[in-house]
Design a binder for this molecule. Sequence first.
Ligand code: ZN
Ligand code: ZN
Length: 245
Amino acid sequence: MKLKVLGSSSRGNCYLLESDDSVLAIEAGIPFREVKQALGWDISRLSACIVSHRHGDHAAHVKDFVSAGVTVFALPDVFTHAGMKNRVCCKEVWPGKGYRIGRWSIIPINVVHDVPCVGYIIEHPEMGRTVFVTDTMMLEYRIPRVSHYMVECNYADDVLQRNIDNGSVLPMMRERLHGTHMELETTKGIIAGADRSCLENVVLIHLSDGNSDEKRFVAEIEAVCGVPTYAADKGMEIDFSLLPF
Ligand SMILES: [Zn+2]
Ligand SMILES: [Zn+2]
């Protein structure tokens, strides 16, 4: 099992979880052509795509996935905004309900953003349990036996303040970011309070271009969790195989 990062920023998000026999895409925020290329032009390997919310950097290309015959799992809000209600390949999800896609299972969980948004608990026998959480100010749940976290670490308050002070970021952004995206200390709190008995690695996602500090974020989170920690970058591949504990 491998995680491939095809995009992880406000310019476009998409990740592939690749098992031996199938691939699950997370987010449809990059052109489908790039996804096809990453799959070696064999889209029959793609089981489905799961989407967190309607914003363009996560859902701008949902239509292209559906047109290619890929089943997309997302909140009804995502399909309404894409103008594609009731299509066969559009599967509406409800937070807290479980869905099976071949050997994958997913459970959407509510998070806190400025539009309806979900994270996902994703399971596969070769991977164990992955928690995917992005575009949220916090995570309310403590999920047991997580092997892999893909968790937003968007900005640090002090970096943001420095940017506001030097005029490169508008002061109004402070309030917007506080209510919609995950700050370093919040991410740290989630990892510090998590059940880490099965934890193998942590992938920090959706880092802000200007208000983050990749090396520092990785070092600070790694110090808390004690397992290899990465900041997701386009083109990165990370082993997500389940280790026998
Ligand atoms: Zn986003
Ligand atoms: Zn968003």
